[in-house]
Design a protein around this ligand. Structure first.
Ligand SMILES: [Zn+2]
Length: 361
């Protein structure tokens, strides 16, 4: 299969390929409807041992439109066949396809309630409220309450804000998550999302008795173009960070607050690690760079603006959506080839890491 074929052009195609490849490969396939009146599903393929002690998890599309690469990685594994991906005794492979099927299908980065799902997994005792002060200050700039116009003045308008706050501080304020602007970018929700409730219900069954889980949650749009960064939760111990850096590469592994990573609230990783704290659960947010941070943010802003304030299906809205897809899944064959290869190599590494006996908790 060529790289061009590995990437699907849309969600229905991606899902159909995932399903048929999982069945052909003999994986157990589960299809979970996630919307009442629409054919949107989270599809799950499970391979290997019935009750594995070592489990590799690869999830895609937690951020909807970011699902193209994750889906390509998952489907490539399934389509390559058992000779290329043998599952040794005691190992399991769990593939979670399109955790936000709505966003994947509609080319949005959030769910039907405008929720950024990777800000929605607050832990017990945390409340779905509050926003960085700087987010409040620049809400007018990030989330204009008017239909899309031309030219988009984000770049010019944002210069004073950048000068006032500094680029890094601004990045933290914008992307770290907010809980007060339901139509705004990076909104973490006012309660547990459908996807979260679904995972709360199903994850314990899938994880089962595994005593070591390595989970790669595939994202795009952050970091240098074509680069892969493996972001760890800031609650991971320094010893564990070192252990993972030694195995996945110190140039890849990043900890919150370092490199391109920034502290966020309500991440899926912290929830997985808190839920399965009775075993070793390594969660790596695999971030693949696409375009510059400014371009990605401008695309997010334009699509969000068109979605809430524009007319559905008109030219401006359609243009904003295609620009968002390009921002998170570049059509450039060189980008696709490089990121798919890095993604597959990282899944291979995850299997080796799973069996590494020198475990440091
Ligand atoms: Zn993401």
């Amino acid at each position: 299969m060529t790289v061009a074929q590995a990437f699907s052009p849309d969600y229905p195609t991606a899902r159909a390929r995932f399903r048929s490849a999982a069945s052909a490969r003999g994986f157990r396939l589960e299809t979970h409807p996630i919307a009442e009146d629409e054919d949107l599903t989270v599809d799950v393929a499970i391979g290997g041992d019935e009750n594995p002690s070592r489990l590799v998890v690869v999830s895609s599309g937690l951020h909807g439109v970011e699902g193209f690469l994750g889906s390509a990685i998952q489907t490539s594994i399934l389509e390559a066949g058992p000779e290329s991906w043998p599952l040794p005794c005691g190992t399991g492979l769990l593939l979670l396809h399109a955790l936000d099927p709505f966003g994947f299908d509609r080319l949005r980065r959030c769910d039907p309630a405008n929720v950024d799902l990777n800000r929605n997994f607050l832990l017990d005792g945390e409340s779905y409220s509050g926003s960085p002060a700087k987010y409040r200050e620049i809400d007018w700039l990030l989330n204009p309450r008017t239909p899309p116009g031309w030219p988009d003045l984000l770049l010019i308008e944002s210069i004073p804000a950048i000068l006032r706050h500094g680029k890094d501080e601004l990045k933290r304020a914008i992307a770290g998550g907010q809980f007060d602007f339901p139509l705004g970018l990076f909104f973490g929700g006012h309660g547990p999302s459908t996807t979260r409730r679904f995972l709360e219900e199903q994850m314990p069954r899938w994880v089962g008795v595994a005593d070591h889980v390595v989970h790669l949650d595939v994202h795009t749009g952050l970091g240098h173009r074509g680069n892969l960064a493996l972001l760890l939760e800031d609650t991971v111990t320094p010893d564990r960070v070192r252990w993972l850096s030694d195995r996945f590469g110190s140039d890849r592994v990043e900890w919150s607050g370092e490199g391109i990573a920034y502290p966020t609230r309500g991440g899926l990783g912290s929830w997985c690690q808190a839920t399965f704290s009775d075993r070793i659960y390594d969660f790596l947010c695999a971030e693949f760079g696409t375009y510059s941070g400014t371009r990605v943010l401008a695309a997010l802003r334009a699509e969000n603006r068109a979605y809430h304030w524009g007319r559905p299906g008109d030219r401006a809205t359609r243009r904003a959506k295609l620009a968002l897809r390009e921002a998170f899944a570049p059509s450039d064959p060189a980008w696709r080839e490089a990121t798919l290869a890095k993604g597959l190599a990282t899944v291979r590494r995850a299997f080796e890491v799973c069996f590494d006996p020198t475990v440091v908790a």
